[in-house]
Design a protein around this ligand. Structure first.
Ligand code: ATP
Length: 254
């Protein structure tokens, strides 16, 4: 069963047709990637799935239901989490607090409770703290819980982003260039982490990355975009020897 389906989506920014008639499927529990040269439209596809932009035409389905008119936070609540190309962490907060703030929309207290039931609020905060610690353990960052994110290596900051995404209790996680800026040791570590969240949490993963070894190692299926359009899709083995794909990357057939 497909947890996510993208059906013929298009998006234009002024004179630029960023995405044209793109369709893709993510089967529950799979890891699928989108690759393509710079400016091919990959991040725009993520932005259209996660609700940062409205689609011009087409549809996005989560578990068979259209989410195209839902706001970004509603898509998060529905089960779509994402990380960004540029790391987005709160520098003034600790590692643990960074994960707790990602949970906030799910906090079970409201203003009235806050005023009249401090006890309830405290219980809620304790629960949030415990759950956040579980997410930090999952990504291997529990021992850094009281650190500031800016004191962590780039690779650990990427992992913290994943922990923040896990805090929203997703079914699908969109990873936008998670290996950008990582050294080769950190990339290997990151591959293990993506396998782990996929296998242990049953999360379906949609990935964008330029690091081909990572994409080939992780993906069950790969979609290739060029100038906003899908030019190929297939298994890593298919894609590696697809002449259209090579042409898109190097600009000539051989
Ligand atoms: N908000 C925007 N306003 C105007 N143009 C945009 C906007 N977002 C994306 N574009 C344009 O849409 C096209 C696709 O951009 P996009 O960022 O989706 O590509 P990409 O494949 O993710 O590239 P990269 O690999 O470099 O991140 C580009 O021409 C880009 O300049």
């Amino acid at each position: 069963m497909n947890v996510l389906e993208v059906n013929n989506i298009s998006k234009r920014f002024g004179g630029v047709q960023a995405v044209k008639d793109v369709s893709l499927e993510l089967e529950k529990g799979n890891i699928v990637s989108i690759i393509g040269p710079n400016g091919a439209g990959k991040t725009t596809v993520f932005n259209l799935i996660s609700g940062i932009y409205w689609i011009d035409s087409g549809d996005v389905l989560l578990n068979g239901e259209s989410i195209k008119t839902k706001e970004q936070h509603e898509r998060t609540s529905a089960g779509i989490a994402r990380t960004f190309q540029n790391i987005r962490l709160f520098k003034g907060l600790t590692v643990l607090e960074n994960v707790m703030t990602a949970q906030d929309p799910f906090a079970k207290y409201n203003l009235v409770d806050t005023l009249f039931s401090l006890k309830k609020k405290k219980a809620e905060e304790k629960r949030s703290r415990q759950e956040s610690l579980v997410h930090l353990e999952m990504v291997g960052l529990a021992k850094y819980k009281d650190e500031r994110p800016e004191n962590l290596s780039y690779g650990l900051q990427r992992k913290l982003e994943i922990a923040r995404a896990l805090a929203t209790n997703p079914q699908v996680i969109l990873l936008d260039e998670p290996a950008a800026g990582l050294n080769s040791g950190e990339v290997i570590d990151f591959i293990d982490l993506v396998h782990k969240i996929n296998e242990e949490l049953g999360l379906s993963v949609l990935l964008i990355d330029h690091r081909m070894p990572l994409v080939m190692e992780l993906s069950k299926w790969i979609y290739v975009l060029n100038f906003g359009q899908l030019i190929a899709d297939g298994t890593p083995a298919d894609i590696q020897c697809n002449p259209e794909v090579m042409k898109a990357y190097i600009g000539e057939e051989d």
